[in-house]
Design a protein. Structure first.
Length: 253
């Protein structure tokens, strides 16, 4: 049976898209990752990103204003050799959003996936990534494959926004010799999403396993518990951040 999907309403997608390219005259004072976390907590308050274009715009501006320095985030950049990518919790906000750091293996990618109704803001901290944006699959039997809308390269310190109203996407590390590190804001947080077959458009539910790593470094001043590491693979040993690049440690960007 051909898959049938209800494409998210795009009624407000133009409004959000316009908000993301709008600018204001305020310059946030964000010098460290902890500054960014504090500013995001204040900006989103009890509602998370929601659908308010002003909040989305301000959150993106805050993400853009932070210049990546590896000493800010290296304690979260734990990678399991053989995994596509690993995801470590940096801050759990107030339950309305969370911040994760993802480490991408060489020539590895995510599956094509949705975001379970969540907003996603992604900042590249090190390396390079490519984003493939797909239209939602049609529900008619003769048009169930996914249509690639565009491919966009992401460079260090660039910020991208994604939601189900914009479609589906896949993130990939094109490098053969260097891992990539990215910071993701999800609002609201989610543990399940749909992953899609590129040829047929068929989807299945997907989740990531989680384990608590022993780490003496506090997640944040307000959340001093050890970070969780979410991974697609359970076979391997964590690799330190100094091994993310085969030639040398990732340095401040």
């Amino acid at each position: 049976m051909s898959p049938s999907y209800q494409t998210p309403s795009s009624a407000s997608s133009d409004t959000l898209a316009n908000a993301l390219v709008s600018t204001t005259t305020d310059t946030p004072n964000v010098k460290t990752l902890q500054d960014l976390i504090a500013a995001l907590n204040q900006t989103m308050g009890d509602n998370g990103l929601g659908d308010d274009p002003r909040t989305v715009r301000q959150a993106k501006k805050l993400m853009q204003s932070y210049v990546s320095h590896s000493n800010d985030w290296s304690q979260y950049a734990v990678y399991h050799e053989g995994a596509r990518y690993t995801r470590s919790l940096v801050d759990d906000g107030n339950g309305k959003y969370n911040l994760l750091i993802l480490v991408w293996g060489e020539e590895q990618s995510s599956p094509i996936h949705d975001h379970a109704g969540s907003h996603c803001m992604m900042k590249l901290l090190a390396g390079e990534l490519n984003e493939d944006l797909y239209a939602w699959p049609a529900s008619t039997p003769d048009s169930t494959n996914l249509r690639l809308k565009r491919t966009a390269p992401l460079k260090t310190n660039s910020v991208a926004y994604m939601s189900d109203k914009l479609g589906l996407h896949r993130i990939a590390n094109p490098s053969k010799g260097t891992k990539a590190v990215s910071l993701h804001l999800y609002s609201p947080p989610y543990e399940m999403c749909k992953v899609f077959n590129e040829e047929t458009g068929a989807s299945v539910q997907s989740s990531c396993s989680a384990e608590r790593l022993r780490n003496p470094v506090a997640v944040s001043a307000s959340h001093p518990s050890s970070p969780f590491i979410y991974t697609c693979s359970t076979t391997s040993t964590p690799v330190s951040a100094s091994l993310l690049s085969p030639s040398s440690a990732i340095t401040s960007m």
